[in-house]
Design a protein around this ligand. Structure first.
Ligand SMILES: [Zn+2]
Length: 169
């Protein structure tokens, strides 16, 4: 390997690692611990599906404010709607109708949305792990130029996996 080529390769390898392992300044709303907490809450709650009552459907004559499931006659939850009065005159200080309608849909759909989001998160983590593992497993002969570059690539791949909290073989 000639010296000019080698220094080019080294520069690129360093750039590679810098680009792959960026300083991680973005906030992480979902630590591993928090994901586990969310999974536990999801698994302990009344099984899906949940349905929203009719309040969210402005066209429907019934305005039931409930979140329902197939097991409990009384339902899972109830959303509250502003009763139009001041608090001092018996007002309930509840959300206005449009917001209460949105709340009803949000709560009912969360029963499916949250497990779906958790499953998608797992799926993407595993896909990322497999891609990085595939790159790592790509064979290079240790004595040729690619073999030398490959070692630097592997460094970057392992660093990226570590940053993503992924375990490679
Ligand atoms: Zn109804």
């Amino acid at each position: 390997m000639n010296i000019a080529f080698e220094s080019n390769v080294l520069r690129n390898a360093n750039a590679l690692k810098t680009n792959v392992v960026m300083p991680d300044s973005t906030p992480h709303p979902l630590s591993k611990e928090r994901i586990e907490e969310i999974k536990k809450r999801e698994q302990a709650a009344t099984p899906k599906p949940w349905w929203s009552g009719h309040l969210h459907n402005g066209e429907h004559p019934c305005n039931c404010p409930y979140i329902l499931d197939e097991g409990y006659m009384g339902g899972i939850a109830e959303v509250y709607v502003d009763n139009g009065k001041c608090v001092g005159e018996g007002g309930n200080d509840a959300p206005p109708l449009a917001e209460a309608q949105a709340n009803q849909l949000f709560i009912a759909h969360a029963r499916q949305d949250i497990p779906d989001l958790l499953a998608e998160l797992d799926h993407r983590q595993e896909q990322t792990r497999q891609v990085l593992q595939g790159l790592l497993n790509t064979e290079a002969h240790p004595n040729d130029d690619f073999g030398m570059i490959k070692a630097w690539f592997d460094d970057a791949i392992r660093a990226a996996a570590q940053q993503l909290g992924l375990t490679l073989d």
